[in-house]
Design a binder for this molecule. Structure first.
Ligand SMILES: *Cc1c(COP(=O)(O)O)cnc(C)c1O
Length: 383
């Protein structure tokens, strides 16, 4: 079977365990050997087969193969969370004394991992505005890694991924991108020259707010090293049941993304026209589709005029729930006020350069007119 479109890829499986249309959950820790020779061939590397589910599990493998196909990479590796995927990938390329370059406004826990763990390991991190490719080029000499996220968290800045990855390559650095926002349906960074593509699978890939997981897609070499030299020791493996939930979620990923895009744009347009809204940060609203991005998901942010009382707005919402995370069926709202206090409080050396009047929305799969009624009534109640 050969399929290049995401909609066809997610509907069919490579493996047919007993002709089941849905792969079974291999809920076992170990796989025994038939003989001494079987064991010897496996341990000497002549044969690849599951031995222990920390390393290889058939349900997890089915998920990994599907992600590699969607991201158009040679291979992929599942993780227990998006952060396990990020930290394992970064730690696989840096050693003490190294320097990495990261774009600003990456996912806040990735930023904290850089600031609170990498720095202790004597790895320095320089942050640059990813919209400014000259600034990126200036920061790159000597760096081991260029870490990207596009669009960025909270601010939704869009970067020229092909250009930035070409700069990284010129400097002999690995390029990595967090592609959770767009999903492989709307952006396939490997086709733009990015070496390593990372997802929090807890968001759109799973899509139902019932699993925390991550995945890394890349070359056979990179994923082989991650699987052989990092995953066994850091141990952040994906569970078979979570992989099964992800395979189930992936079946509807292209259909869900179309709906998130449609409703998200409809709400963003209405907000942009609202007198109490001073800015809307949506990567594709009112502008040409940036290179490499073929659609928009349902996550964006906007800024309120000073007349709107944000705590009152939060409490007046009904359909939009107050909550972090995103990518599921349900609509969510989180005010930057809370995250600013959490990350960049007065005694913190960490920075969270996001305006106080900013609110992030995840537009879920509810009816867009119902969602707009909820939002506009909550704005009226907060004036
Ligand atoms: C949630 C998130 C992560 C972290 O993923 P977890 O699965 O929660 O560990 C990483 N990147 C982005 C952009 C996210 O939104």
């Amino acid at each position: 079977m050969s399929a290049s479109s995401p909609a066809t890829t997610v509907a069919h499986d490579e493996h047919h365990f007993a002709n089941a249309v849905v792969p079974p959950i291999f809920q076992n820790s170990l796989f025994t050997f038939n003989s001494f020779a079987d064991m010897e061939e496996t341990y000497s590397g002549k044969k690849v087969r599951p031995v222990y589910s920390r390393g290889l599990n058939p349900t997890v493998r089915a998920f990994e193969e599907k992600i590699a196909k969607l991201e158009k990479t040679e291979d992929a590796l599942g993780f227990a969370s998006g952060m396990a995927a990020i930290s394992s990938s970064v730690l696989s390329v840096v050693k003490p004394g190294d320097r990495i370059v990261s774009v600003e406004h990456v996912y806040p826990d990735a930023y904290r991992f850089f600031e609170m763990m990498l720095k202790d390991l004597n790895v320095s991190v320089e942050y640059v505005d990813g919209r400014d490719s000259d600034a990126v080029a200036k920061a790159m000499p000597g760096a081991k890694l260029l870490y990207l996220e596009s669009p960025t968290s909270w601010t939704f800045h869009v970067h020229d991924i092909a250009k930035l990855c070409a700069i990284a390559r010129e400097h002999g650095a690995v390029s990595m991108i967090d592609n959770s926002w767009a999903s492989p349906v709307f952006q396939q960074p490997a086709t733009l020259g990015c070496d390593v593509v990372i997802h929090s699978a807890s968001k759109y890939l799973g899509g139902h707010s019932d699993v925390v997981a991550g995945v890394v897609a890349g070359s056979r070499d990179f994923i082989g090293r991650l699987r052989g030299q990092i995953l066994p020791y850091l141990g952040g493996k994906l569970s078979a049941f979570d992989a099964w939930l992800l395979l189930r979620g992936l079946r509807t990923l292209p259909a869900r993304m179309r709906e998130h895009q449609r409703s998200g744009l409809a709400i963003a347009q209405k907000l942009a026209a609202h007198p109490e809204v001073t800015a809307v940060h949506h990567p594709t609203l009112g502008r040409n589709m940036p290179d490499g991005l073929t659609g928009a998901s349902g996550l964006f942010s906007f800024e309120f005029s000073p007349r709107v009382n944000i705590p009152l707005f939060c409490d007046a919402l009904g359909l939009f729930k107050i909550g972090v995370s995103w990518g599921g069926h349900e609509s969510l709202m989180v005010p930057a006020l809370i995250t600013r206090a959490q990350i960049g409080g007065p005694n913190s050396a960490l920075r969270f350069n996001v305006p106080e009047n900013l609110v992030r929305l995840h537009v879920g799969l509810e009816d867009a007119d119902d969602l707009w009624s909820d939002l506009s009534a909550a704005i009226d109640a907060a004036l």
